[in-house]
Design a protein around this ligand. Structure first.
Ligand SMILES: [Zn+2]
Length: 277
């Protein structure tokens, strides 16, 4: 009997687009597993994968040899977890490994209103001032589209964060169908499943652990130690209805002028999109 083929869903998105949230929902499927941000393993070069949700008590990642930079990393993971659908963010550097007879790589491109992204980055002071932040995001958007096109991976499903918020079940079902993976309603309550997540949005992950009545202090502690970006964890440190959680802070945080500049900068993008570039 030949070995089974596994599907890798490559979630492509700009920072603060909701990529962690989407990954967790897709990974909560019966036959799926959320890897998280694989770029953390590659760029840090630390020789092991750091499971954010379990911290030192992880039972999955220590069994996978992440130093083996090949398709084997994914095949080992499928073997250890018994899952056939792996969901990964920040996986661009693994695209070559995914060209393997036992792997079916697909792409899910998540887009979010650029005004929300810029406001989020400004709040956390990731890039500095407004124009610098906007330039950086516009540049990344072009780069990402090129990467997706060059990968040749198919199918590519496109999803908008705003639509996903408005109709989570409907949109998840649609993209699952397009990508050829199963969808079940249980994915909507992703916090009811135990995840082994690498990297990702600290706020989203902290919130998930709080929801599970687990301790998320290690996330706060690690954030303090890294001291990289500003982060207001107050909204993530208490239980809330995660299914209805929306972030509209950008509407108040950005000035009319800033919103106008963003719209003007993005105008050429909508033209390019129409041309399929
Ligand atoms: Zn774990």
């Amino acid at each position: 009997m030949s070995a089974p083929v596994i599907t890798i869903i490559n979630v492509m998105s700009l920072p603060f687009s909701g990529g962690t949230w989407l990954n967790l929902m897709l990974g909560a499927g019966e036959d799926a597993f959320s890897i998280g941000e694989y770029r953390d393993v590659i760029y840090k070069g630390q020789g092991y994968a750091e499971c954010v949700t379990h911290d030192t008590g992880c039972e999955v990642w220590p069994k996978v040899d992440v130093n083996d930079e090949s398709a084997d990393v994914f095949l080992q993971l499928a073997e250890v977890t018994g899952k056939k659908v792996l969901v990964v963010n920040g996986s661009r550097k693994t695209f070559e490994w995914q060209r393997h007879q036992r792997i079916r790589p697909v792409v899910l491109y998540l887009q979010r209103d650029m005004r929300a992204l810029v406001a989020s980055a400004l709040r956390k002071n990731v890039h500095g001032g407004f124009m610098k932040t906007l330039r950086s995001y516009a540049h990344e958007e072009v780069r990402m589209r090129k990467i997706i096109k060059r990968s040749g991976f198919e199918p590519v499903s496109v999803l908008s964060y705003e639509k996903l918020k408005a109709d989570t079940a409907g949109e998840l079902q649609r993209v699952s169908q397009e990508l050829g993976v199963a969808f079940d309603e249980g994915q909507l309550s992703y916090w009811e499943k135990d995840h082994c997540y690498i990297g990702g949005n600290r706020g989203t992950l902290l919130n998930m652990l709080v929801q599970q009545d687990k301790q998320g202090e290690h996330i706060l502690k690690k954030h303090q130690q890294s001291g990289d970006i500003k982060w207001d964890f107050s909204t993530y440190s208490k239980k809330q209805d995660l299914a209805c959680l929306t972030d509209e802070r950008w509407r108040k945080e950005l000035s009319q002028w800033q919103k106008f500049v963003i719209d003007m900068t993005l105008l050429p993008f909508s033209q390019l999109m129409r041309l399929g570039i």
